[in-house]
Design a protein around this ligand. Sequence first.
Ligand code: GLU
Length: 476
Amino acid sequence: MAQKKEPSFRQSVDLMFNRAVALMDLPPGLEQKIKVCNATYTVRFGVRLRGQIQTFTGYRSVHSEHMEPVKGGIRYSMGVNQDEVEALAALMTYKCALVETPFGGAKGGLCIDPRQYDEHELEQITRRFAYELAKRDLIHPSQNVPAPDMGTGEREMAWIADQYARMNTTEINARACVTGKPLHGGGIAGRVEATGRGVQYALHEFFRHPEDIAQAGLAGTLDGKRVVVQGLGNVGYHAASFLAAEDGAKVIGIIERDGALVDENGLDVEAVHQWISNHGGVSGYADATYVEDGAKILEIDCDILIPAALEGVINLSNAAKISAKLIIEAANGPVTAGADDILRERGVVIIPDLFANGGGVTVSYFEWVKNLSHIRFGRMQRRQEEARHQLVFNELESLSDQTKSEWRLSPDFKQKYLRGADELELVRSGLDDTMRAAYQSMREVWHGREDVGDLRVAAYLVAIGRVADSYRAKGL
Ligand code: GLU
């Protein structure tokens, strides 16, 4: 039998797109318009470091401008290339449509190993990259708004925001040119953990539907579920930590670049995370079994597998050996199109990336709105809300006195009810609502259409349908 060839990441996303549009009734022209990547800008720039000029290659790809600004992170990794950024930009278009953030899709990347540079060098490189993009409006509050992705975080976003502000000194909305900034640099509470929190909320919603749980061959709640996480970076760490600490899930495997840790009784996510920050990897960690060939741990028996690092980790070479019942794609594109076919046939339920990791861009949207409105969420309402609740209490208690009744509200209830919501609570509430609504929109298609057998195709159907509606509304 001829060996099936693995398509590139970009082709993989296109294959998934094709599988969905085959079930739609779009005019071929519109189908093509949605699918293609509008533009990819490649920049090569030099930075003087350690006495000599080093040249870097970066990209910003805009997939769809049916809504503006376009949105998507900037990745720092040696694996960055045009195919990858374009695939990621396309995923952003569908993701934004699915989680209803009013953006088109984009992505950026810089081909760099950030661990090879110190903080000052990274700042020089980031500022120069930001300058190259900003002068072409590829960073712009109303046109193109980057965010963190693999290898970047709050620190890089703060440099980008500052660089943009320096170049646009009279732009009152300069801060809205990038999201994922530190709280004290124009950011929003809850953005750092947003993608991981979104993964948790996605699972909460999944476990609210007994039919869906049964489809994955699971039962009950998240409590006690055996979880394997691949990649304990920002997304994987927060997802694993919330699931273990708040939902009673047991993290039995953690896979990192230098190997994996396993413990059937559940790993201490915080301790492992700490170990990785101190030692750069998992090897040497004493309280678990270390397995050098980390990829093997993707295949161990577990209830939920959370790939939270790179694309393509579940592919034609290992898809048949995956034993998880449910896969939730915290990373972008962790399952290739070929692997997806195999897993689907085997009845594994996959919660697809465009939904599963949509929490990041959702909270980015809140941050962007906060920046444009120049006011923290809750600042106007919070005390007024508390005062109104207090009014109800006073009234109830005076009624109770008048009727000489014995009942009293418990102090604990009073305290909880009285408190008005702060920004973090509002962000969480908005994120939870978003993840529930997006899951339900996929689910309706998944169970409502005879020709739809999985959540991924359902997600693409919903997303592409919304992008198509938006193009049609423009008269295209
Ligand atoms: N990089 C994240 C993603 O892939 C976040 C994008 C954003 O917030 O714009 O979804």
